[in-house]
Design a protein around this ligand. Structure first.
Ligand SMILES: Cc1cc2nc3c(=O)[nH]c(=O)nc-3n(C[C@H](O)[C@H](O)[C@H](O)COP(=O)(O)OP(=O)(O)OC[C@H]3O[C@@H](n4cnc5c(N)ncnc54)[C@H](O)[C@@H]3O)c2cc1C
Length: 455
């Protein structure tokens, strides 16, 4: 634990706030999206600006105290909290400034995806973040960002044009393709390894009109196969995220479908009118919808309100694959029908489109030509069960992996350095280690999917 005296010294030099264990806000401030993570930081430092971040970083460097960095708190492994150390928390830095004429926006990284979507959406503009509104702009962007418009507008990082980042030496840097290009390359996919991103500058797209929403249909192996084939052949305006899972016993689902295997898909079309209807019609025709909420709506409404007291205990396995063939689809039905977890889902996202048009060496997210991303997600009742279901997850993964093993860094669990390597092609990983050596030679930023400095 850090001495109270030391924290007091820091307090006098920060514009932002400090939350310590005796503060009534402490427990909420140390909770993450996922439950079952019980870390108790000595202090949570809610920075107000980049200068505050620089002071906290300097303090961590000088004292040797463990430093965690937090934006939206959706790390599935709790890497944005330290047990006994300090947390540099961007919670109070959530301004989004939209320049309508230039179609750009500066966002402080403590903003959430829905806050960004709402601010830019007021002008019909936006960027593709992930499928959940409460995810932090900081964490999702630094890892890549695979969202509802990914096939049309690319990864979130494909729309980052500059960043303000505070590095381990305490310097506040404004970086872009022209200024410190190696660092700018590394933060677009390399995660929080290189510094604290305090602000990100985005290129915006016209996102309205937009047709999207949830489509629930009965799942079968043939259905999964055909849904994926149609999604892959569709114009890239169409992005789908199919969740093959037991139907939730919720009021909007007819009772006879509760807990039966369905595909609960998010179907998103960047545009409107007949073109949207034509692209979505083949999916609707595949099987009579159980629930069909796909409609014309402002893009920002794709993020429904969330219950911030919901903290599930979960684990997942992420993979990038070259195909989802009929045998994969058979395996999905087989494994999901015999899951040992309380709840399991296979989430299928066809990629390519704009993602694959960016050269592999342009950003640190470099598995750009893979066909699709699959997440095997599981919820359980207790932390102990997480270990018990691992053999089932391993076996499921083997059954559906097609092509070389690779993963997306933002969905990695605590899976060891080998799996972090798999998030990057070998050459990309080597280059990331070199940039790490240049900007963070002592690995101050190590509570993340860590890339060690090259030796
Ligand atoms: C329910 C849910 C749905 C998701 N859906 C998607 C999706 O559709 N698409 C997708 O691409 N990803 C998705 N993700 C994954 C998500 O992108 C990552 O978990 C991401 O890291 C979360 O960012 P955060 O800021 O909310 O998390 P945090 O827990 O705050 O941070 C996560 C990691 O990033 C580091 N970090 C955060 N902010 C900064 C910063 N400003 N500077 C430096 N380092 C920082 C932290 O230190 C930590 O290691 C989802 C996650 C969840 C839990």
């Amino acid at each position: 634990m850090v001495a109270v005296r030391e924290i007091a010294a820091l307090r006098s030099s920060l514009t932002g706030e400090i939350i310590e264990p005796e503060d009534p806000r402490y427990d909420k401030a140390r909770s993450l999206f996922y439950g079952g993570i019980d870390k108790r930081p000595a202090a949570i430092l809610r920075v107000a600006n980049a200068q505050d971040a620089a002071r906290v970083i300097q303090y961590a460097r000088e004292t040797g105290v463990e430093l965690a960095v937090r934006s939206g708190g959706h790390s599935p492994v709790g890497s944005s909290l330290s047990d006994g150390g300090i947390v540099l928390d961007l919670h109070d830095m959530r301004r989004v400034e939209v320049d309508v004429a230039k179609r750009t926006a500066w966002a402080e990284t403590g903003a959430t995806a829905v806050e960004f979507a709402t601010a830019a959406g007021a002008h019909g503009l936006g960027v593709s973040f992930g499928d959940t509104g409460s995810v932090g702009v900081g964490g999702i962007t630094l890892g890549g960002g695979v969202g509802y418009l990914v096939r049309k507008h690319g990864l979130t990082i494909d729309n980052v044009i500059a960043a303000e980042i505070v590095t381990a030496d305490g310097a506040v840097r404004r970086i872009s393709a022209e200024h410190e290009p190696d660092l700018f390359w590394a933060i677009r996919g390399g995660g929080g390894n290189f510094g604290v991103a305090t602000r990100l500058h985005f290129r915006l797209h016209q996102v309205d009109p937009f047709v999207g929403g949830m489509l629930m249909q009965p799942a079968s192996a043939q259905f999964i196969h055909d849904f994926i084939a149609i999604s892959a052949a569709a114009p890239e305006e169409l992005t789908t995220i199919a969740n093959v899972m037991p139907a939730p016993p919720m009021p909007f689902v007819p009772a006879e479908w509760h807990n039966k295997l369905v595909a609960m898909s998010f179907v998103c079309y960047a545009g409107g009118g007949d073109a949207a209807e034509r692209a979505i019609a083949p999916l609707r025709k595949l099987a009579t919808p159980i629930v069909d909420m796909v409609k014309l709506m402002p893009y920002a409404q794709i993020y429904p309100p969330e219950d911030d007291s919901y903290h599930p205990i979960g684990t997942g396995r992420n993979m990038l694959v070259d195909a989802i063939d009929k045998r994969s689809a058979d395996s999905m039905i087989e494994y999901l029908s015999s899951s040992p977890a309380t709840f399991s889902v296979a989430q299928l996202r066809v990629l390519r489109g704009a993602v694959a048009r960016v050269p592999d060496d342009a950003t640190a997210y470099a598995h750009r030509r893979r066909f699709a991303m699959i997440n095997i997600g599981n919820l359980v009742q207790s932390v102990e069960e997480l270990t018990a279901i691992k053999p089932w997850v391993d076996s499921f993964e083997k059954a559906i992996q097609r092509g070389p093993e690779a993963a997306y860094v933002n969905f990695l669990m605590d899976e060891g350095p080998e799996r972090v390597r798999r998030a990057y092609p070998a050459g990309t990983y080597e280059r990331l280690m070199k940039v790490k050596r240049q900007y963070d030679p002592t690995n101050l930023f190590r509570l993340n999917q860590n890339i060690p400095p090259s030796t």
